[in-house]
Design a binder for this molecule. Structure first.
Ligand code: IDC
Length: 464
């Protein structure tokens, strides 16, 4: 119903019929737009646009930006559906940001080209009404000022740019840290679950340190719309950053299991996201979710081709490499971590992924992690409390044993999934993402309740 209303609102706006659909769909009288050119190069620029609704709640929005110079052209944008007609560039809100309560903001962005000068636009209209930054002519303060990194007590604010030190992940004070958070489900299926309210809940209620962004490559994922998925990933990086959380960009290869099948796509994707996010402190790259049916040598070869592409654009970011046997360090293929220890990826500032599903992977896998943890930097970029199918009963004893081990070894983790998928690995009850409540205990599943209780305990990140 909410989506139907949003659709109607958008159509109504396009047709200029907003008044017919009542106050929910009509533009608020007050709005404020912050337009920031974040980078500019010969003939091109990138800009962030923060749209704050200072009026009544809206269930859909259209932003018109009057570009001051005829040579300014939209190339592409993210977090909205973008178009240009004459000198007007238009952004229309999408599933996860089209509803804006009073005081709420949507952050979108664009890449453009220009000839001559690139003057900043100053005239904006939200749902047809000019944005003056105030209601009734009274200037109002920014209701949602961006947190200043470093002074806000958030995970990124405290830890800054992380790096690998020995077998650990270390913060800006060169001290080991464990980052604990959640993974999205496939963003091609569950995009509606990642919106301001849900990411707020993850940051504020769960006190999560990181959001893993699972971008499937196959299964209707990246390969079907590279530009669209790249934009969505970047949008989620920004949403995590705005809340002081790390974003783990997961190139979610699964079937086929040989990551080299997607080598060209990986190079294209990582060149783009690494260039775009190089200046950020909150981004970690995971280059292959779960290699399977493929040798460690082939995975290592893939990593040694993709990592230089990332380094060329974003030299200081941590990169995580998937391992053999669905990122089991080879254990699920009858091998062990020794194949990695004796033949590591030829690169620095990297970690190795280890995945487990608590009901399927128990003592022998925990032993492998214990052994490997003194030899290899490990990150549990995905795990489930249930069976490897993503379903079945939650295994509380095994999940607790795993989480205790990871805490003790200071190994970071992301749980599969922060979504309302109808499967027991999901943290949210089915249907949650159709609403706007992500905070009450009733929205959590058994797995979500367990994970929130573990993730929300104090981090006590070292600062000296
Ligand atoms: C599962 C999802 C399920 C989806 C399936 C196929 O939970 O809804 O139908 O993928 O895409 C993994 C994978 C992860 C799996 C998960 C559970 O990384 O994509 O998600 N799992 O099966 N490795 C081990 C388990």
């Amino acid at each position: 119903m909410k989506r139907l209303l949003a659709l109607l609102a958008t159509c109504a706006t396009i047709l200029g019929l907003t008044a017919l659909y009542g106050p929910q769909a009509v533009a608020a009288a007050g709005c404020k737009v912050d337009y920031t050119v974040t980078s500019q190069w010969q003939g091109g620029f990138q800009a962030g646009v923060k749209i704050t609704n200072l009026g009544a709640p809206v269930s859909g929005w259209t932003l018109d930006i009057a570009m001051p110079d005829a040579g300014q052209k939209l190339v592409q944008g993210w977090n909205a559906t973008w178009s240009q007609s004459g000198s007007t560039v238009t952004a229309v809100g999408v599933d996860w940001n089209r509803a804006l309560n009073t005081g709420a903001a949507a952050e979108v962005g664009l890449v453009g080209s220009f000839t001559g000068a690139n003057p900043k636009p100053t005239a904006f209209k939200l749902n047809g009404v000019a944005c003056t930054g105030s209601v009734g002519g009274t200037p109002s303060p920014d209701p949602d000022p961006d947190p200043e990194p470093g002074d806000d007590g958030t995970p990124v604010g405290i830890n800054g740019q992380v790096h690998v030190c020995g077998v650990h992940l270390c913060n800006q004070y060169d001290r080991p840290v464990q980052l604990r958070g959640m993974s999205t489900h496939g963003i091609q299926w569950f995009s509606q679950c990642y919106n301001n309210a849900s990411v707020d809940a993850l940051a504020n209620d769960w006190k999560a340190d990181l959001l893993r962004v699972a971008m499937y490559v196959q299964e209707d994922g990246y390969e079907t719309d590279p530009a669209g998925f790249t934009s969505r990933v970047n949008g989620l990086v920004d949403m995590a950053e705005a809340r002081g959380m790390y974003a783990l960009i997961d190139f979610h290869t699964l079937t086929p299991g040989d990551p080299n099948y997607n080598l060209d796509r990986a190079k294209t994707f990582f060149a783009s996201v690494a260039a775009r996010n190089a200046g950020k402190k909150n981004v970690i790259y995971e280059i292959a979710n779960e290699p399977n049916g493929v040798s460690w040598t082939a995975i290592k070869n893939y990593a040694e081709q993709v990592i230089p592409v990332i380094r060329a654009a974003d030299p200081d970011a941590v990169v995580i490499v998937g391992t053999r046997g669905w990122s089991s360090l080879g254990v699920s293929d009858g091998s062990s971590e020794s194949e990695v220890v004796s033949n590591p990826v030829n690169a620095t500032n990297i970690m190795y992924a280890f995945h487990f599903y608590a009901a399927s992977h128990k003592d022998s896998y925990r032993s492998a992690v214990s052994r490997a943890s003194s030899r290899l930097p490990l990150f549990v970029t995905e795990f489930g409390t249930v069976s490897a199918t993503g379903g079945g009963a939650l295994d509380r004893a095994s999940s607790t044993a795993w989480l205790d081990l990871l805490d003790q070894l200071k190994i970071g983790y992301a749980n599969w999934t922060y979504s309302d998928a109808p499967e027991s690995s999901a943290a949210l009850q089915p249907g949650t993402c159709d609403g706007s409540d992500y905070s009450s205990s009733g929205v959590l599943t058994e797995s979500g309740t367990l994970l929130k209780s573990r993730i929300s305990t104090p981090d006590n990140f070292p600062t000296s």
